[in-house]
Design a protein around this ligand. Structure first.
Ligand code: NAD
Length: 348
């Protein structure tokens, strides 16, 4: 495994491998940048094929967290942990071992939830380390991140509509939402409340039914990407914007919550060539991170401050689209440039 090669390529500060003899837990923590503050990022528990696959995932995900935090203007950096599944049967013992790993990083890494984790796991981590956030509201934490992510998507969509030369008013707007889960459903509810006509799809029958009851028109998941709409909001899985799907898009704007929507870097240019305005995923979906990162504030979580920062996603995107129009660089590249520049500025 060429660990240093990967670290140097993306500028990671630190990669730590941990193992706990008692529980058998094995984890890798990658701290991409602490220039703007401690690296915040979720713990992903997955049955990785091997260490190389886990390492690739943790390097990629931690780097993305730095860019998301920087574009959101947060005083924190990017990091991530991956745990080699299956997780020990004794959940509490496994979480305590994981918390011990986190504690050894002395606050350079602050853990939160990702795939395979939930709020009660964060509470278990907190029994050993204070460097874990994402507790429930009842526990004095920041609670469910999804409504904040959904709100960020909706305000970001307005910016993207203006960039496409369209009205930012949702009345009569046609939006296709792929994925009606925690975030997608929140997006659907907000759009319908604003007067939009929503087409929605999901692979899960219960999620589809909930969206239908909320007033969405359900379409086949195979047809959602090419639906005749103004906006496509990907809120399910990543890598859905590919050479093939982009050729079939009818939407003028892409604005959704899913992570890593572009199948390859070249797809940003493909969208631009077709005149489709793309709201970079790691900018528009930062609401959840903004919410959870607020727990780290020395004065404690503040819902008003969170709402202000989520609302600011709209102006951040305004800036990115204006800069992109000025330079001719894609919106995705412009957002990356913004992140690099902010991380660079903070280090001076
Ligand atoms: P979720 O698991 O609650 O919902 C995802 C939904 O997408 C589910 O209903 C699932 O059935 C559906 N889905 C899965 N594969 C699909 C496919 N191929 N086609 C259509 N639907 C599909 O997850 P979520 O929290 O709503 O997150 C949605 C997306 O947003 C994910 O990509 C996630 O990484 C990203 N995201 C979420 C947050 C957050 O705050 N929850 C923050 C940032 C990014």
């Amino acid at each position: 495994m060429a660990v240093f090669k990967g670290m140097v390529a993306a500028g990671h500060e630190e990669v730590a491998f941990f193992q706990d003899a008692e529980t058998g837990l094995q984890a890798i923590v990658a701290v991409h940048s602490t220039v703007r503050g401690p690296g915040i990022g979720g713990v992903r528990i997955r049955d990785y094929r091997d260490e190389a696959e886990a390492l690739t995932d943790v390097l990629r995900l931690s780097e993305a967290m730095s860019y998301k935090a920087a574009c959101a203007g947060l005083d924190c950096g990017g990091a991530k942990a991956v745990v080699m599944g299956p997780f020990p049967n004794d959940r509490a013992a496994g979480m305590h071992a994981l918390a011990g790993f986190v504690e050894r990083l002395s606050g350079r890494y602050i853990a939160t939830e990702d795939m395979g984790m939930n709020e009660s796991d964060i509470a278990l981590l907190n029994e050993v380390t204070r460097y874990a956030v994402g507790r429930s509201l009842a526990d004095g934490g920041s609670g469910d991140p999804s409504p904040h992510t959904a709100q960020g998507v909706v305000v970001g969509m307005r910016s993207a509509l203006r960039a496409a030369g369209m009205s930012a008013d949702f009345e009569g707007l046609r939006v296709a939402v792929q994925g009606c889960g925690n975030v997608g459903f929140g997006v659907i509810e907000r759009l319908i409340a604003g007067g939009a006509e929503v087409l929605a799809s999901d692979i899960d029958a219960a999620a589809v039914e909930r969206a239908r009851v909320a007033g969405a028109c359900i379409v086949d998941n195979d047809d959602i990407l090419s639906a005749d709409v103004d906006v496509l909001a990907p809120c399910g899985v990543g890598a859905i914007l590919s050479e093939q799907s982009i050729a079939r898009l009818q939407a003028h704007v892409i604005a959704g919550a899913a992570n890593n929507q572009l199948a390859t870097d070249a797809d940003a240019a493909r969208l631009a060539e077709r005149g489709i305005v793309y709201a970079p995923d790691f900018v528009i979906n930062a609401g959840g991170l903004i919410n959870v990162a607020d727990e780290v504030d020395p004065h404690g979580y503040n819902a008003t401050r969170v709402a202000g920062r989520v609302a600011a996603i709209e102006t951040t995107l305004d800036h990115i689209f204006a800069e992109s129009a000025h330079t001719g660089r894609t919106s995705a590249q412009t957002a990356l440039d913004m992140a690099h520049s902010r991380i660079g500025q903070a280090s001076r």
